[in-house]
Design a protein. Structure first.
Ligand code: GUN
Length: 289
């Protein structure tokens, strides 16, 4: 029977540590870390994610400034709001929830965020820092994936990792983090040939394809660790919707460990957003060296 890695419990530990960090900063005469969250439009999934992020901020003592803008907000207004937050010393982190409406150029918006406040780690400066292993802010979901993996793996050196999906949010950054640990990383995607055969060679699979139950039991080598980043909303025969991952977890008894959906990667992403905000706030302090 595969071990189920409890993302909720691990996220609770990260949140507890983050809340303690915030309390220590304030007790030391500092200000509370501040996170500005910008949501443009009313994508239902984004609304849920943003609501969760803000609720967790409050619990941890992080000040959250929420800006919900209508779907037809001009791009120039979004850029002006980012300029305002870049200049505001009470704001240590800025998050623009993706996806943005089609008339807004997401790359331009992300480029406008001060890299020191880019708690999502999507700015090209932070992407470059990650790929050169020179600090910066690291995207939250990949950070969460690494913490989940660290709970079952001590030494990554030489392990074969297959990452499924090459997105800027998960696939590419998680590959960089695993390379830093000296794993042998294969990044696969929709055009990869013989994907089940490639996956079967993996000691670790990170599935971030956004394809419900793509990874079947026969794709997974006995004893492999499987991290399921997928969050797919599916409708059952009775009309009820539920969330399922990219992995057919019920076929993975022969794995060493797997993450559930929900309750695996999802809670870790939010916890890491909060820890990134505290990190950005600490680095902005004149005492930071
Ligand atoms: N949309 C889906 N995932 C993310 C994320 O990690 N950050 C932001 N800002 N938007 C997202």
């Amino acid at each position: 029977m595969a071990q189920i890695i409890d993302g909720k419990a691990l996220a609770a530990q990260v949140l507890e540590r983050t809340a303690k960090d915030v309390a220590d900063m304030i007790a030391g005469g500092g200000v509370a870390p501040g996170l500005a969250v910008i949501l443009v439009g009313n994508d239902p999934a984004s609304e849920v994610y943003v609501g969760r992020k803000i609720a967790q901020c409050r619990k941890a003592g992080i000040l959250s400034l929420e800006h919900r803008l209508p779907a037809d907000t001009p791009q120039a207004d979004v850029l002006a709001l980012i300029d305002q937050f870049n200049a505001d010393p009470a704001v240590h982190g800025i998050l623009v929830q993706l996806p943005l409406p089609k008339h807004i150029n997401a790359a331009l918006v992300l480029d406008r965020i001060d890299p020191a406040k880019d708690v999502d780690g999507f700015h090209p400066v932070n992407v470059g820092r990650l790929s050169t292993g020179t600090g910066g802010l690291v995207p939250c979901t990949p950070l969460g994936v690494m913490l989940l993996l660290d709970s079952v793996i001590d030494d990554y050196r030489g392990l074969n990792v297959v990452v499924i999906g090459k997105s800027n949010i998960v696939g590419k950054p998680v590959s960089m983090l695993l390379l830093e640990r000296e794993a042998t990383v294969t990044v696969t995607h929709i055009e990869t040939r013989d994907l089940p055969d490639v996956a079967r060679k993996a000691d670790i699979i990170v599935a971030a394809a956004g394809a419900p139950h793509l990874v079947r039991g026969y794709w997974v080598k006995p004893g492999a660790v499987v991290i399921d980043v997928g969050i797919n909303r599916v409708t059952d025969h009775d009309g009820k919707t539920r969330l399922i991952g990219d992995c057919a977890t019920h076929e993975l008894d022969h794995a060493k460990a797997v993450t559930p959906v929900p309750g695996g990667v999802g809670p870790m992403t939010i916890a890491c957003l909060l820890s990134n905000t505290v990190l950005a706030a600490k680095r902005s302090s004149p005492d930071f060296q």
